[in-house]
Structure formats: C-alpha cells, structure tokens
Design a protein around this ligand. Structure first.
Ligand SMILES: NC(=O)c1ccc[n+]([C@@H]2O[C@H](COP(=O)([O-])OP(=O)(O)OC[C@H]3O[C@@H](n4cnc5c(N)ncnc54)[C@H](OP(=O)(O)O)[C@@H]3O)[C@@H](O)[C@H]2O)c1
Length: 284
C-alpha cells in the first residue's frame, strides 16, 4: 500500500535527467509539492513543464544549484526555506562519474564534493524542516559499486594518481557511512534515512569521457542495463510505501532490504568521516 503524499513536500536532486527525473515523474502523479533541483535551468524548466502537463500537478518547481559547490547548496536551502516550511521527503540522487580529475569550487576532488559532501551538506541544512515534518524520509542513492572501493580516510581528496572508478566507488561507500551514521543520530525523531542501490541503469551516467573501461561500461548499460524508469523504482518505493514507515539505517535494492558490504558497516569509520565532513562543510 502507498501512503497519501498529497501536498507533502518532496525535494529531489538531479531531477533533470536519468533516475531523478523518473522518480519525479512517478511521484508527481500522487500530487505532492515537488521541488526539482539541478544545475541546468533550461533543462529544469523544460522538465517542470513536461511533468506539470503529464501529471496535471501544478505544484512542481525547479531550483537551480550546482551541488558540488557549497555556496550554491547554502543558497538553495535559503530559497527553499523562504518558500516552504516543511520537508517530508528528501531524495539525494544527483551524482556523477568524473573521468578526469577536477576540483570543485571549494577545492575538493569533484566526485567527493558532489557525491558525498553534496548529500552531507544539503541534508544537514534541511534537518530542521525534516524533523518538524516527521514522520519524514531521507533517501540516499548509493550503489553496489561501494563494495569495490579502496577507501582511505586519510586521502578523501584523491591526492596522487587519480582512479575515476575508485573515486566513484568510494563516494558510494561514503553514502552508506553517511546513511548509517545519520540514522543513529536521528534516533527518536521519526525521520528515517535509507540508502539505495538502483542497479545498472542506462541513463546519462558514465556517458562523459572515453577509454576502454567506459566503452565496456556503456555496452553493459546498453545491453543489460535497466531503463531509468526501472532504476528509479526502489527510490519511488522508499518515498511511497507504507511498509517502510519507521525503517531506518538500511540499504535497499530491487524494492527489498539488502546487505551492504562489511566495510560499509564500520561505524567507527562512519563517525570519523562525519566529523571530517563537518569540518569540510563548516557546519559546526
Ligand atoms: N546509472 C547507473 O548505472 C547507476 C548505478 C548505481 C548508482 N547510480 C547512482 O544513481 C544516481 C543517479 O544517477 P543517474 O544514473 O540517473 O545519472 P544521470 O542520468 O547522469 O543523472 C544525474 C542527474 O544529476 C544531475 N547532476 C549532475 N551533476 C550535478 C551537479 N554538479 N549539480 C546538480 N546536479 C547535478 C544531472 O544534471 P544534468 O541534467 O544537468 O546533467 C542529472 O539530473 C547517482 O547518484 C548515481 O551515482 C547510478
């Protein structure tokens, strides 16, 4: 059974393409107030018009932010708070595979800045709204790729030789450390937080860059990957299903609870990463 989300406020990041867009498309039909976040305003407005027309739901708006940039996240939250006094579901979905090393506006390696610090800062800045709206839900899109990460807490910025796959896998492991630590911190609040592995999906993900690894990855996406609409199913399930009410600190795949790697369950590491992320985002 699905819960009633009419007029509830849902914010989805990376909603201009791929699974974020398909999650928004599916949820729009249930008549929540939807805030779609992305970096490209033209694409964002186009998506808003498309979803309004398709769903008949007029309470859909776009907010622009480059989620790898902390100033953008702070401004996004300011704008959001000036328009909404509650937040019922936050879906941290925007993420990318960065083939060549880049630095974010704040000087962090881009994969880490967008895929981990972006989730961390946005969520922390919206915790008051989420707590006020409890029972509320946070959904973090991670990946089974987390299991292949060679994680080094002393090298969060990928100094030295850059491996794009390791930077990506590490960021998805960090999504799990973040999810489990946040679930602990939110005990007793009725705000739940869970992580998702969507499966291999033929979206825009991995379409930037070249080389043999990406060529094989794209072939796999094309021949065995899910559509973005199918990849979005577990996020949609976690936003809507009655049966996950109260479930927190878990990892889901194929709309079922799953087991994440042993390394991801190292709570001491999760706490350390939290403390370092607090400093890097200056939230404390
Ligand atoms: N695809 C897979 O096989 C797969 C597997 C496991 C996990 N995942 C995870 O699933 C999530 C969604 O990925 P997807 O496959 O749907 O990818 P996608 O098709 O590339 O969509 C990514 C979305 O994030 C947005 N985005 C990227 N960088 C951004 C930034 N700096 N600021 C704001 N928004 C930004 C994109 O905006 P634009 O429209 O402007 O590009 C787009 O809306 C990611 O967290 C990814 O790690 C994907």
């Amino acid at each position: 059974m699905n819960r009633d989300i009419t007029h509830k406020v849902i914010l989805i990041t990376g909603a201009t393409d791929g699974m974020g867009l398909e999650t928004a498309r599916a949820l729009a039909k249930h008549n929540p107030r939807l805030v779609l976040v992305g970096r490209n305003a033209t694409k964002g407005q186009r998506v808003v018009e498309e979803l309004k027309q398709e769903s008949g739901n007029q309470a859909i708006e776009f907010m622009q932010a480059d989620l790898s940039a902390q100033q953008d996240i702070r401004e996004l939250v300011k704008t959001f708070k000036s328009k909404y006094d509650r937040l019922d579901v936050l879906i941290n979905n925007a993420g990318a595979y960065i083939p060549v090393k880049q630095l974010s506006a704040d000087g962090f390696e881009m994969t880490f800045a967008l895929n981990h610090l972006g989730y961390f800062l946005l969520t922390n800045l919206l915790l008051d709204e989420l707590t006020r709206s409890a029972p509320s839900r946070i959904i973090n899109i991670s990946s089974a790729a987390h299991a292949s990460a060679r994680f080094d807490i002393n090298n969060l910025n990928s100094e030295g030789k850059y491996s794009p796959w390791n930077a990506y896998a590490t960021s998805k492991l960090e999504n799990l450390y973040f999810t489990y630590e946040l679930a602990d911190r939110l005990k007793g609040t009725d705000v739940t937080v869970n992580a998702v592995h969507p499966g291999l999906v033929n979206s825009q993900f991995g379409k930037q860059g070249s080389g043999p690894f990406l060529a094989i990855f794209r072939l796999m996406q094309k021949f065995i990957g899910k559509t973005a609409a199918n990849g979005a199913k577990t996020s949609i399930y976690l936003a809507l299903a009655d049966e996950v009410e109260g479930i927190t600190g878990s990892y889901f795949a194929n709309e079922k609870m799953a087991q994440s790697s042993k390394v991801s369950q190292d709570r001491e590491m999760g706490r350390k990463l939290w403390e370092m992320s607090e400093k890097m985002t200056r939230i404390n």
